[in-house]
Design a binder for this molecule. Structure first.
Ligand code: DQA
Length: 156
């Protein structure tokens, strides 16, 4: 598999559909569609194909992570509040054996103590937190590097 053809699932958890109107002092005024456009533009530059999705349901996110095992090469995930609660999402991510990049719009460590623990971080290659919408293109850049490093160089 070459990084050029890699497909990345970009998964978004609960309440991220409300971006734009939800606590704009924390999450900014961009909508989820704006984030999707930003991610798509960077993905195109990196030669990545992305499948950008959002769900308020933990089970649906687990289903999508399982689907990624069959049809994607990596997962970028902002699991929203499930970050701090979901062993099911952790288990699903481990089962995929795919590289994972965790992203959050806000800086979790500047916020309440209950946001300082993530079930995802221990199984993620890395964590991007606090850069707002720019976190998504940054996460894709990180994923591109991870995939390039794991792809054998062509001998031609
Ligand atoms: C968030 C941070 C979470 O703590 C919160 O529950 C969210 C959004 C972020 O992107 O900053 O829903 O994941």
């Amino acid at each position: 598999m070459s990084a050029m053809s890699a497909k990345i699932f970009v998964l978004n958890g609960p309440n991220l559909n409300l971006l734009g109107t939800r606590e704009p002092h924390i999450y900014g005024s961009d909508t989820l569609d704006d984030l999707k456009s930003l991610a798509q533009a960077r993905a195109a530059e990196l030669g990545l194909e992305i499948d950008f999705r959002q769900s308020n349901s933990e089970g649906e996110l687990v289903d999508w992570i399982q689907e990624a095992k069959e049809s994607a090469h990596g997962i970028v995930i902002n699991a929203g509040a499930y970050t701090h609660t979901s062993i099911a999402i952790l288990d699903a991510l481990v089962a995929t054996e795919l590289p994972v990049v965790e992203v959050h719009l806000s800086n979790l460590f500047k916020r309440e103590a209950f946001r300082h623990h993530s079930y995802i971080s221990p199984v993620a290659a890395g964590l991007i937190t606090g850069f707002g919408p720019q976190g998504y293109p940054l996460a894709l850049e990180a994923m591109s590097s991870i995939l390039a490093a794991s792809t054998p160089h062509s001998s031609t």
